[in-house]
Design a protein around this ligand. Structure first.
Ligand code: SAM
Length: 256
């Protein structure tokens, strides 16, 4: 992954209002960030959405005029900043769910305070399953939901199923990390079985996006087989890296 983001990132982020752009540039450039312990911490470079993904989310929220947004998986709050930027302009509020904020030094949960948006932000420090069930009990509805929490197949699928209950009619559910087989399988289920959701084409290959178009009208016997249609393409894409890793492992064994 790219470590230093230069003028290209600045250009991608240019639609954002200045405070959000500067906060994101500082994070993408790897500057240590203030945690809830009052210390600055170096960021793990793999835990973030890309500027392209973030701007796509921001534009979606702006175009849909979303006022209630939800994300599962906060970490350092890269995605949070794009949501807050849109909410700052649309009005409304953003909710983030994450049980492990201490692993990220509380950096994500501080973002709204840094931007004077504490009143527009709610942090639920809980696993997604109980958190989403509680939100459904309270009959809350969201215009855009971003799933980027635990990436195991069953967790992603359950996050989608519960998010579908919370998604407003015409609202959107976005899933991150389509490079992962577990996420692609969960998405394959949605594509084949959830005809109440229509898939959107996106220019960003690492996400899948669905719009809620109707009620879930399947009968209790309904089941359509599903398979990962991108598997071959992904294997071809990952093959050189896997082969390099294999060659390194063999040379380590030979040297030992
Ligand atoms: C890839 S990171 C999220 C990155 C974030 N969306 C961003 O762009 O900065 C995944 C996050 O999911 C959280 N997580 C793990 N299991 C979870 C669960 N069961 N429910 C909610 N969040 C979870 C982790 O603590 C981590 O913060």
């Amino acid at each position: 992954m790219e470590t230093v983001h230069g003028p290209a990132t600045d250009k991608i982020l240019s639609p954002l209002p200045r405070p959000f752009r500067f906060a994101l540039l500082s994070m993408y450039n790897g500057e240590p960030q203030l945690g809830t312990d009052g210390e600055h911490h170096k960021l793990d470079e793999d835990t973030r959405i890309s500027p392209e993904q973030g701007i796509w989310l921001y534009n979606l929220c702006r175009q849909a005029k979303s006022k209630k947004t939800l994300e599962i998986g906060l970490a350092y709050g890269f995605s949070t900043l794009y949501f807050l930027a849109a909410i700052g302009e649309n009005g409304g509020n953003h909710t983030a769910v994450d049980p492990f904020q201490s692993d990220w030094h509380g950096i994500g949960s501080r973002q709204s305070r840094n931007l004077n948006m504490s009143d527009s932000f709610r942090f639920i420090e809980e696993k997604s399953v109980p958190a989403l069930v509680h939100l459904a009990d309270r009959r809350e509805r969201f215009d855009v939901i971003f799933i980027d929490g635990n990436h195991r197949f069953d967790d992603v699928l359950v996050d989608f199923i519960l998010s579908a209950e919370l998604c407003a009619m015409g609202g959107y559910i976005i899933l991150d990390d389509m490079w992962m087989p577990a996420v692609r399988m969960a998405v394959a289920f949605v594509r084949s079985n959830r005809k109440d959701f229509e898939e959107l084409k996106t220019p960003v290959s690492n996400i899948a996006a669905f719009q809620r178009k109707g009620e879930d009208a399947r009968d209790w016997l309904h089941y359509v087989e599903f398979k990962d249609s991108n598997r071959r393409r992904e294997i071809r894409r990952l093959a050189p890296a896997l082969l390099r890793r294999g060659a390194k492992a063999i040379s380590r064994i030979v040297r030992a």
